[in-house]
Every structure is written in C-alpha cells, then in structure tokens.
Ligand binder design. Structure first.
Ligand code: KG4
Ligand code: ZN
Length: 351
C-alpha cells in the first residue's frame, strides 16, 4: 500500500510517499519512496517569526508542485496512491486547513480514503525512518519549536505523558535567546553554531525545575535570565565575532541541554526502560546529542534519533505515522469529503 503524506502545520510544506509491506509479506517497517520539502524560513525572517497568513498562502503555492515532484521521484502516478494522509493538528489553523483541504480533495477525486495525523506523533515516529530504528517500548523526548514533552511509549498510539513544559518549549528558549543575540529566525541552529566557539561556563544561567520531583520543564525564566544578562553585557551581545556573544550562546545552550539531559535520564530511571527516542527540531542539536550519547552509553541505554534532515518538520514523518497507524490497526483511513483540523490537540489523547 502506498501512502501520500502532506505536512503544512507551520512554516514547512512537506510531501512524501511511503510504502507498507504487502499483507502476505513478513512484517517490516514502511519504506520511504520519496519526499520533498519547501521551507518558508527565508520568507518569515523579514518579520522575525512566522506570519500565519503568509504561511497559509505559501502552502497553497507549494503543495501541488511538491506532490508532483515526489510522485516523479518515486516513479509513481496519482493512481498508485492508496491513502492520502495529512497533518490534522496541532499547528496554525489556516496552515493546517491548506494541507487537509488539498489532501481531502485529492483523495475524493481519486476515490481513495484519507487519514488525519497528529503532527507530534509524526515527530515521535520519525526515528523509525532511520537506518537504526528503535523498538517499543521507549521513553521519548519530544523537543520541537512548540512542545517539550517526555512520554512513555509502549506502541503506536500508546502514549503516556510523563511531563511537559509548563511555559516555553525548549525550541522557543533557543529561538527567543537567539533573537536577543541578533540572530535571524529561527535562531536555534544559529545559536548552536555560535555556541561551538563559546565557553558554556562563562555565564551562570538558571536550570529551571532541574531538581523538581516530576518530569515537567520550564524555560520562561531562562529566557528572562538571558535577557537580563544581555542587558548587562550591552551591544557586544549582538556583535558578529564577539567572544561575549559566543559565550552567552554557549551558556544558554548548556542550560537548556542540561535540563533536557537530566530529565530524560530521570525518566528512563523511573520507567526502568533502556531505550530513548529523541525527536523534534531541537533533536538536531549536536551538543544535546553528544551529551545524551555519553550519558546513555554510561547507563546502558540505546538512544535513537531521526536522520538529521528529518528532525524538523517534513512530509515523510506524516506519511510514516499514517502507515504505522494503519499497520498497527490503530486507525482506518476514511472515505469522506468533509475535513476538519485540530489546532490544539494533546498527543496523549490519541488512541
Ligand atoms: O519540530 P520543529 O521543526 O517544529 C515544530 O514542530 O515546532 O522544530 C523547530 C525548532 C525551532 O525552535 C528551531 O530553532 C529548533 O527546532 N532547532 C534547533 C536546531 N535545529 C532546529 N534548536 C537547537 N539546535 C539546533 N541545531
Ligand atoms: Zn514539528
């Protein structure tokens, strides 16, 4: 069975085609046949953040040409698509409506069923597209631009929320701190790059909720501390090539990474599980990966990540999540003409 996946929840339009094993074949993971992505980052940079209306309009422009590209790359045609999957939420309502509208119209025209996917489930299952896929059960650290969560994952659709951010997400902490340092949106990758030349111990920044007895996170206080520190340090904080700027970037990254690391290790210890999956945009952070790899090796824990290029939003993870839900019998694709989106949608409410 071939599943076309469409992602349009924020500022990336992603389309992909995956193939599941034939029912008679031995069970195996779905296979990615092709995927294509258009990032709107450059367009939003002029405004310092995502402009929802511009995001929706751009998704409209991109989604069909990307679909054509994916089908061509996979040497398939629309007739070969058995199910059309799309991101149903969470995300920007207008942006989600583009993907869901196109997916449902396409499916109706082809006489094929549709399947709405939870964006975070896409991130969560994206490591199954890697060369070293995980096995259930595992602890998942979900670190995207809008969410920071620790989940216990026992199978497809079997998600138990252990803790989450009570205010800003880790990605937001990266992006807002980066903005203070004069870096363009989204600042996470830029801050990480800058941090490589800095001293992570240069400035003492708070590690919110590090020693709390639960698995919740809080990053709003850290952002305020970075702001206060920036004001003390003056214009050098935004100067290209300044040591102060690199040191502040490294200190900020160190604070975020330490909290994510300690909480993940505590969640592993609490559950007794020996496997960690890291997913979402911040999962691309090299320092986070380096520290998690070291700590997990010491604790005898296997750690899995998505391929670097599939850490941030993409269509492959949406097609993959749909395929895995179908394979696991958690959901059936539906024949319908109507569609809806869920801009707010808790992951642990999935079944
Ligand atoms: O998962 P994602 O693409 O979007 C959401 O679903 O929200 O994550 C985007 C987030 C942004 O905050 C971005 O700055 C951050 O991931 N990010 C990084 C890195 N690459 C992306 N943060 C730190 N280091 C990176 N290398
Ligand atoms: Zn995302």
């Amino acid at each position: 069975m071939r599943i076309l996946g469409i992602e349009s929840s924020c500022d990336e339009t992603g389309v992909a085609l995956v193939e599941t094993a034939a029912p008679a074949a031995p069970p195996s993971l779905p296979r990615l046949l092709a995927h294509a992505l258009h990032s709107q980052i450059e367009m939003h940079q002029a405004y310092g953040g995502v402009v929802p209306e511009l995001a929706s309009r751009d998704h409209i422009r991109r989604v069909l040409p990307l679909t054509t590209r994916v089908l061509k790359e996979a040497a398939c045609s629309l007739k070969d698509v058995d199910v059309v999957a799309y991101t149903r939420g969470p995300g920007l309502a207008g942006a989600l409506l583009v993907g869901s509208g196109v997916a449902c119209a396409l499916a109706a025209a082809l006489g094929k069923p549709v399947l709405g996917v939870h964006h975070l489930e896409g991130h969560l299952l994206s490591p199954f597209l890697s060369a070293d896929p995980p096995q259930f059960p595992f602890v998942a650290l979900l670190v995207s631009g809008g969410h920071t969560q620790l989940m216990r994952v026992d199978g497809v659709g079997r998600y138990e929320l252990m803790g989450e951010s009570i205010d800003d997400a880790a990605g937001e902490a990266f992006d807002k701190s980066a903005k203070l340092m004069g870096l363009p949106y989204p600042g996470g990758p830029g801050l990480a790059q800058l941090a490589e030349q800095g001293d992570p111990a240069a400035y003492k920044l708070p590690r919110p909720l590090l020693h709390s007895s639960n698995f919740d996170f809080s990053f709003a206080g850290l952002k305020t501390a970075v702001l206060t520190q920036s004001q003390k340090l003056g214009p050098a904080v935004q100067q290209e090539g300044s040591t102060i700027r690199a040191d502040l970037a490294a200190s900020t990254q160190a604070a975020i990474v330490e909290v994510l690391l300690k909480k993940s290790m505590a969640a592993l210890k609490h559950t007794g599980l020996q496997r960690l999956v890291v997913a979402g945009g911040v999962g691309a952070n090299r320092e986070l990966r380096r520290q998690l790899n070291t700590a997990c090796a010491k604790a005898g824990v296997r750690v899995h990540y998505p391929e670097l290029h599939l850490c941030t939003d993409n269509g492959a993870m949406i097609a993959m999540a749909a395929a895995m839900r179908l394979d696991a019998g958690r959901q059936q694709a539906e024949y319908r003409y109507s569609f809806d989106v869920k801009p707010r949608w808790p992951l642990d409410s999935l079944v």
